[in-house]
Design a protein around this ligand. Sequence first.
Ligand code: UD1
Length: 418
Amino acid sequence: MECFKVIGGRKFDGKTRNIASKNAILPILACCLAISGEVVLRNCPRLSDIDAMLDIIRATGGRAEWDSGNIVVDCTQSEPRDIGAELTGNIRSSVFVLGPLLTRFSTASVSYPGGCDIGLRPIDLHISGLRKLGAEVIDEGRKISVDGKNMRNSAVFLDFPSVGATENLIMASLLKSGKTIIHNPAREPEIVDLADFINLAGGKVLGAGGNVIVVEGVNKLNGCEYFPMPDRIVAGTLMIASAIAEGDSVIENVDLRHLGSLTDMLSRCGVGITSYRDSVRVRAKKRPKAIGKTETQPYPGFPTDLQAQFVAFSAYCDGCSVMIENLFESRFKYVGELLRTGADITVRDRVAVVRGKKSLSGAEMEAGDLRGGAALVLAALGARGESVIKGLKHIDRGYERLENALSALGADIKRTKM
Ligand code: UD1
């Protein structure tokens, strides 16, 4: 078992490069199941969630392999085989394969998805959306079997702009005849990236990123070569780390247009953010001010995937901050670990009140989920003395060697065996 050892208090003064987006790559990989031909995804990070999706593709009979930093996938020979719990149990996004399998084979059978323990995470919107397209869905509790032979593209209204449900419905409509119109879709940049990929492969998805998405069915999707978008959550994590480490950092491969809410919040706290063509400079020369109240929201609001990291930052700010988590009901579990540093945080239901302290102490902490785990590392960067962070398997799901990126910026962090 591995852990991070972090000596806190090092001021950042360095440069690092952000990775491509896990949350864009996962649905794009699932979408390959609807494509006859070879797809090459360039510059992808080696993450356990991505490897889990490649295993699912292989289980259908498709080819999926790494070629240095690129992923090469060919699902020409794929078949709609049962995807068992041993494959779906590790990632939430395993549910994305329903849409592409249905659009190509009109049948799919997938065990219930796993993923981070941050709340109930139902998939009712995926299921009701597919039913609206004419699919016959049998939800057996642990497994979902779908008969799509009567599926026809049509209009769907999402009660909530779910990222995964929007992606699944787009993919379910790609090879069916007619138009699917998705009202109230998610507007996250990863949806736009998926649509760009599909359009490059010969599909027709219009309006991604807006309030209505239209999918026009086509007969066939072809192989293509694609560069997935930069990861806005990893970029945001590194920006917040830089703000905690009171330094001067440059992070390359960042699209700041996707990070408007974070940039605005950090600026209001007194952190200097300068945007260059595809990089960002973060300067935090003195103790930042607390921001007051923040709420997580669907894009373009403040992302739930940066909530924990921002709470860790707020623990150092001058003043009191309030964070309201609107997306997931159990997303403050990491706070119990953060308290070991001496942080002053009170959580009630979906609200955390953070009273900033000038200094926190190094501590032994254990990650229990991906972003909460990253928050523990960030807190350790600012703390006095040594911290040990266990549970790296959670952090490795979404950060490719986080220790390398942070070391390049100036952190004293090592991955060691326990
Ligand atoms: C995606 C991201 C995840 C991020 C989340 C919100 C990926 C692989 N994961 O997850 O990192 O935290 O968006 O930005 O892209 N909901 C339902 N029924 C459903 C589906 C969702 O009630 O059928 C609820 C969820 O419980 C949650 C909210 O909708 O409260 C948002 O979920 P959703 O947007 O679907 O997130 P994911 O696609 O799971």
